[in-house]
Structures are given as C-alpha cells and as structure tokens.
Design a protein around this ligand. Sequence first.
Ligand SMILES: O=C(O)c1cc(=O)[nH]c(=O)n1[C@@H]1O[C@H](COP(=O)(O)O)[C@@H](O)[C@H]1O
Length: 274
Amino acid sequence: MSAHGPLCVGIDPHASLLDAWGLPDTAAGVRTFALTVLEAVGGQVAAVKPQSAFFERHGSAGVAVLEEVVAAGRDTETLVVVDAKRGDIGSTMGGYADAYLRDGSPLAGDALTVSPYLGSGSLAPAVEAALATGRGLFVLALTSNPEGREVQHARDAEGVAVADRVARAAGASNAAELATTGGDLGSIGLVVGATIGDAATRLGVDLSAVRGPLLAPGVGAQGAGAAELAAVFGDARRAVLASSSRGVLGAGPDVGALRDAARRAADEAGAALR
Ligand SMILES: O=C(O)c1cc(=O)[nH]c(=O)n1[C@@H]1O[C@H](COP(=O)(O)O)[C@@H](O)[C@H]1O
C-alpha cells in the first residue's frame, strides 16, 4: 500500500463485462479477461481481488482459471486477495483454510475474505492457518450492501453491536500477533464498505483499534468516492485498502486504459486517505 497506493482492483468477470470486452461468456473468456487485468495492473497496484463467484459460474474450468490467476499473481509484486467469503462451522472451516490458506494449495493467494456470521470463533482454523503461513484474512464486518445492516447492526444482550464483536475479535488477534512480531498492521483485516456512512461511529466500532488492514469495497460503481472514504474511516484511514471492480474494469479491454484507470483510482484513494 505504501509503494503503490491504497487500491485493490477487483477482478470480477461479470457476463456483461465479458460482453463489453468482446469476450465470450465462457471459462476461456474469463481467462482472457482476468489475465488482461493482471497484465495491466500487476506490479502497479497494491492488490487484486478475483471474485470467486464469477469463476465458479463456469464450473471446474472456471475454478482452474482462478487457480491460474492466483499463480500468475504470485509472480507480480501485487497481492492477491481471493474473494470467496467463506464461512462455516469450525471443522469444515478447517477444510476451507486448507484450500485457501495452506502453502502449496492451488487456490491459496495472499489473503481470503471470510464471513464471521456463524460466530467469530468459527473462523479460528482460518485465523490459525493465516498466522502460520504468513497470509491474511479480511473478515466481513460492515459490508457495503444495505441488507447487511439487519445482522451487522443488531446488538447483543450486552448492547454491543454484532459488527463491533467482529471488530473486537480481529483486534484481539492482531494485538496478540503484533506483541510478538511488531509492525503496524496484523494479519486479520476487516471488510468495511466505503458506502456505510456514519455506521461505524454510531455503532461504536473503533476501527483504529483493529490494527489490521481495512478493505473498503463500494468505491466506484457502488457510488463511494474520495469524500466517502475520508468520512467513513477518519483516524483509521491509514489502514484502508480501497477496492474497486467495475469502476476500473469498465475502462478495458485496452491494457493501457485499464492501467490508467487503476492509477487514477489509486491516486484518488491515496489523496483521500492521506
Ligand atoms: O468482500 C468484498 O470484497 C465485498 C464486500 C462488501 O461489503 N461489498 C462488496 O461489494 N464486496 C465485493 O467487492 C466487489 C464490488 O464490485 P464493484 O461494485 O464492481 O466495485 C464485488 O466483488 C463484491 O462481492
């Protein structure tokens, strides 16, 4: 993030984008799309985030393309966040941790998005695997979609918001990790949408106390821009990795145009979060 600016480019090969790029809605089309994005922004931005759903749509051939994208990302200076939003009970979560966070697994990038809504503790196998292998997690806390509120804004018997419980669990893991490793940011990040307005403040979620990276989707196509990034994150802004998919991908398929769009988005995010 300090080398390239705080931007993550989402690799979301929607059927409509494939069509706009003149590509077929097939695994081969998805492959050309994803490798073009990597060619344009690999080594130029902090992270890319392939959205697993758009690869899974094409069955095993699509998943093989996701594996290829993860491997290709390894050869660049750009981190790969696999956006699969996994979450399950502990023992099954161990299976997902093996798939996405184990050294040598073909689907293991640098980080994985996970859902804590089976209970933060259910993520323990993923947390352990991330810490053991030098990878990271982005735990869904305050998501960019309006429907997320019914779960994330709810308060428990002690009056603590569910999203705050999620943030506190990440903060506790990062505090323990940083006590031994030092450094600024621990391995357990949160997803906090750039579209959430003042929800973090209203719910009492202390984003600065998390001491992990804050992935902020919602930039671009979902309407958030520089003003929203600055307003949502306040004092925690230095930890933010702004994420945009369609907002950058719409500039394709030209590699130079994609690279320029990513540069502009990274500069804008950098200026808003300075
Ligand atoms: O985890 C995510 O990345 C995510 C969390 C969230 O709260 N909202 C959200 O939009 N996302 C993802 O971020 C991407 C947003 O794409 P655009 O709206 O095209 O920028 C999609 O892949 C979403 O699944």
